[in-house]
Design a protein around this ligand. Sequence first.
Ligand SMILES: *Cc1c(COP(=O)(O)O)cnc(C)c1O
Length: 233
Amino acid sequence: MTIAENVALVRRNMDEAAQKAGRDPKEILLLAATKMNDADRVREAIRAGVDLCGENRVQEMLEKQAQGAYEGAPLHFIGHLQKNKVKQVVGLAELIHGVDSPALLEAISRVAESRGLVQDVLLEVNIGAEESKSGFAPEELPAALEAASRLPNLRVRGLMAIPPICAAPEENRPFFLRMKQLFIDNGEKKYDNVSMDFLSMGMSGDYTEAIACGANLIRVGSGIFGPRHYPSP
Ligand SMILES: *Cc1c(COP(=O)(O)O)cnc(C)c1O
């Protein structure tokens, strides 16, 4: 299967899942998770009609950016952002998905302020309460949103989650449903600089479940590019 064929298949699955859930397919964005795929393959995915590109690693993103890989699609940062890399990402990525601490919120706002811009971010939620994963606990979200509302050069645009690895996609449903509820509940309170627009969840193995549960931005890697070949140690 070519990248274009894969994108077409993902789109069909997205449309079907949206229709089944009584949702408008047009309200759901397809982000290509482009890690480990070179600039040519990224360009191929953009030509095939993905809405957004998302990178995990700062260095890789800068290299491909220099090659013009993302022309034609907004670029998001979806990896774990370390504080010492904030300077390289603010202003380059339109949306930073995985913001997981008050200190990172502050660091992003500070850099954005020095550049005279407002950076859009999503708060990551550790929805499976996993030791190995970063993100805010659900009960920490109100305080995090409150803190974010006091940072003038940052705007929270929604929530992001990576649920635990499950044997079957439908096992993720409770996590996705909980995320949707958090998205609604935290969106009802009015904070400055916060607008709950994006619920980023669902990957190659479970995006139709995520759409059934309310995701409006899915992040698909191997489902578009094929399996990733990690270098052997
Ligand atoms: C790699 C990655 C994805 C895509 O994963 P696939 O299973 O290949 O679709 C989505 N989100 C994040 C944060 C990722 O790092």
